[in-house]
Ligand binder design. Structure first.
Ligand SMILES: Cc1cc2nc3c(=O)[nH]c(=O)nc-3n(C[C@H](O)[C@H](O)[C@H](O)COP(=O)(O)O)c2cc1C
Length: 188
């Protein structure tokens, strides 16, 4: 079977980014288990076109390419820094341009980074319901990492690395059979 189409969506506004490193660690752990055809989206890179976008009838090409990569994926890995208790506004702004029926059944790995453990449940209280709206299939284990889990923006915490491998294992188990189901649904 061909490589799994994996789209990595990171909600950081600027680099270097711990969030992007965390998302990359999850993608690497998945790629250790199964061949992947990977597309990387960083919302901060889209800011010039995405920030002022209001008209869904006039979506700029780079934003449209990002949306196409999200809706066309076999597996989505998302991450966002916590900003004021939630995902970043620009991350949500990109998601707002996705058709409500476009992510049904799509396996999604949820990750987030923050400065405080007080917001560790952002995955369960913000990200999981957001993808629940789309009837996506969120992977059970989410990964939240603190700033202190990184050294020079690279993930160095063994505990978080272990969780990264747990979610990668779950994602592969869900996405590989799910890919066949999605392909059948698209063809029907
Ligand atoms: C505008 C802003 C708001 C933030 N709000 C929160 C917050 O509510 N809770 C929290 O735990 N961390 C908060 N942080 C800290 C970031 O979530 C944290 O440093 C994160 O790891 C940054 O990710 P990055 O390196 O990918 O940019 C905030 C940071 C910024 C810049």
């Amino acid at each position: 079977m061909s490589a799994l189409k994996l789209t990595a969506l990171s909600g950081n506004l600027k680099g270097p980014s711990r969030t992007h490193s965390l998302v990359a660690a999850v993608v690497a752990a998945i790629a250790e288990r199964i061949p992947v055809d990977r597309t990387d989206i960083v919302v901060g890179d889209l800011a010039p076109e995405l920030g002022g976008l209001v008209d869904p009838a006039h979506i700029p090409p780079r934003v449209q390419a990002a949306i196409d990569a999200i809706v066309g994926a076999d597996l989505l890995v998302v991450g966002s820094p916590v900003y004021k208790g939630s995902y970043t506004g620009l991350f949500k702004h990109l998601i707002d341009f996705i058709d409500p029926n476009a992510l049904i059944g799509l396996p999604v790995v949820l990750t987030a980074t923050g400065g405080s453990l007080r917001h560790a449940l952002v995955i369960e209280h913000q990200l999981r319901p957001l993808f629940g709206f789309f009837l996506a299939q969120t992977v059970p284990t989410g990964v939240f990492a603190l700033d202190s889990d990184f050294t020079a923006y690279q993930l160095t915490s063994p505990d978080i690395q272990s969780r990264v491998h747990t979610t990668a294992e779950e994602a592969v188990r869900i996405a590989v059979p799910g890919r066949a189901r999605r392909a059948t649904a698209v063809a029907a």
